[in-house]
Write a new protein. Sequence first.
Length: 238
Amino acid sequence: MTSWPAGLRDHAELDSTNDEARRLAQAGESGPLWITAARQTAGRGRRGRQWQSAEGNLAATLLIRPARPKAEWAQLSFVAAIAVADMTAPMAPSATIAVKWPNDVLAEGRKLAGILLETAGEALAIGIGVNLNAHPSDTEFPAISLAALGAKLPSPEGAMALLAPGFAGWYDQWESAGFAPIRDAWLARAAGLGQRIRARLADTERVGVFEGIDAQGALLLNEGSRTRAIAAGEVFFG
């Protein structure tokens, strides 16, 4: 993994950092390369939802060609979540920072950061948005920012200076040892573990107790009569 600060392209404005990663991949770039933007005009989250990128927030994408098989690349959303949680926790020491399946970071039970993985040719774009300075107020799952927590705010550049090497350390573990140490680290930070949750799937909803994640990263939902492994969906608490 290229260490900070090598492999960074910073932009004043982009449609989205993931889209820029895709364009670079089409031009032959495979990274590792971090792409950041002070402003995104068409930022997005999972399922094509709009991702609001307020000034002072972090919008970044890592373009990389992982050495492990493509079937395992989705596990890097857990790597990213751990790295973001590690970065933000010291900034808001009085807040509870946790990770939420499959790809969010929470502070005090509200969404602080989101992660979006997209393939970019033969490479992978790992998009990360962190609410440093501001957060939206009209989202289905409540959001929050570090500013709202009263944290001492880093600049987006300062946040990247912490995030990039933190991600690199966890990525190296994943590359050398696989998902097991990442799974353990993620579960140690997991929100809602052992609690009753609602899992929204593509065409239905399931309710049960969140038992953890399996060796591939699927959510394990205890429905009483059986434990179901859910590969994709959205989780709501309570």
